[in-house]
Design a protein around this ligand. Structure first.
Ligand code: NDP
Length: 329
């Protein structure tokens, strides 16, 4: 038997509740690799899945946790053998398939990535889906011509998980990074990650009044979406790109097409869930190389399985700073 955070739904009330329970190997879903989970983390989606589900969870009881890192315990797949260190993000694990908030997980070998040299399982979950997605966003911006000589790069939702890792990676690569935050008290934290300028959320949260504003940003990693993304599009320099990662500020995009037509601005969609294997390996390799471990350490808040119900509620309110690392053992 081992520990897992199990979410149950009351038959009559329809309400969900999450608590740590003992479950067995036979309870785990089908899969060809069993992993002894060491660490998981807390993402916005986890907040939804620990709580009422946000339409992501199909069946109860459910074990959430959209990402985890650990050691292979048993494998029917030739690509993995017991003792291999692995990381998993995406593929709807923790949503439709049981996830990483347990001491063991059973998954498909296709969903795993071998941990790259230079990253241990704790660091991998300090990065987690949020950091992995931040790296995908930086890679997409680079693939569209971004380089440090082009000018300042904006990161929205900077003190959140995606924003924190994007800020640290970009600063390490030599970019001038402006971080948008609604929490002015996080200025010291963000400068510690390498941000060179802090932009107050109110400055950039107003709806679009003019479709084009002063050309300010060479690129942007956007975790917020909504009216803020619409504003940013009008502030991007000629030929620059915005990597759209998140919707912390809303799913609508009240923008005009003028920045695309008159400035050749690119809006790049970033999806981490169905990302092909080769690009996953590339991104994890870049993380091991381009994310300074001392800055990653500064983002970490340690937690255990029993902290998760509270942390899930906190992240939905935008109250989690940086990266929570859940030691499931
Ligand atoms: P966090 O909650 O850690 O960070 C989001 C940050 O956005 C907050 O910390 C806050 O930053 C800012 N924010 C919150 N609410 C608002 C608001 N109403 N208006 C403006 N800014 C706001 O989440 P993550 O970093 O883990 O994820 C960020 C987004 O990216 C989420 O929407 C998530 O669903 C999405 N995501 C998408 C993925 C993909 O594959 N495309 C993968 C992973 C995440 P501050 O306090 O600094 O202002």
């Amino acid at each position: 038997m081992f520990n897992a955070l199990v979410v149950r739904k009351g038959e009559e009330s329809g309400k969900t509740s999450a608590s740590v329970e003992q479950i067995g190997l036979d309870d785990l879903p089908a899969g060809n690799v069993t992993v002894a989970v060491e660490y998981s983390t807390v993402n916005y989606k986890d907040g939804l899945c620990i709580g009422p589900g946000g339409g992501l969870v199909r069946k109860y009881p459910h074990v959430p946790g959209i990402d985890f890192a650990g050691t292979v315990e048993a494998s029917d797949d030739p690509r993995y053998k017991p003792g291999d260190k692995v990381v998993l993000t995406g593929w709807r694990v923790g949503e439709v398939h049981w996830g990483g908030y347990a001491q063991k997980a059973r998954v498909s070998a296709d969903w795993l990535v071998p941990l790259p040299e230079g990253l241990d399982t704790r660091a991998a979950m300090a990065v987690g889906t949020a950091g992995f997605t931040a790296m995908l966003a930086v890679m997409a911006l680079e693939d569209h011509g971004l380089s440090p000589d082009k000018g300042e790069v904006l990161v929205t939702g900077a003190a959140g998980g995606v924003g924190s890792v994007a800020t640290a990676i970009l600063a390490h690569l030599g970019y001038q990074v402006a971080g948008v935050t609604g929490r002015p008290e996080q200025e010291g934290y963000l400068k510690g990650l390498g941000a060179t300028r802090i932009v107050a959320r109110e400055e950039i949260a107003e709806p679009v009044k003019r479709p084009l504003e002063a050309e300010t940003w060479a690129g942007c990693v956007d975790a917020v979406g909504g009216p803020m993304l619409a504003r940013v599009l009008g502030q991007v320099k000629y030929g620059g790109s915005v990597a759209a990662v998140g919707l912390a500020g809303g799913a609508n995009l009240p923008a005009t097409v003028i920045p695309f037509l008159l400035r050749g601005v690119n809006l790049l969609g970033i999806d981490s869930v169905m990302q092909p294997y080769e690009n996953r390996v590339r991104a994890w390799g870049r993380i091991a190389k381009d994310l300074p471990m001392d800055r990653l350490e500064a983002m970490i808040h340690p937690a255990t399985l029993s902290d998760l119900p509270q942390l899930g509620a906190d992240i939905l309110k935008g109250q989690v700073r940086g990266r929570v690392v859940v030691d499931v053992n």
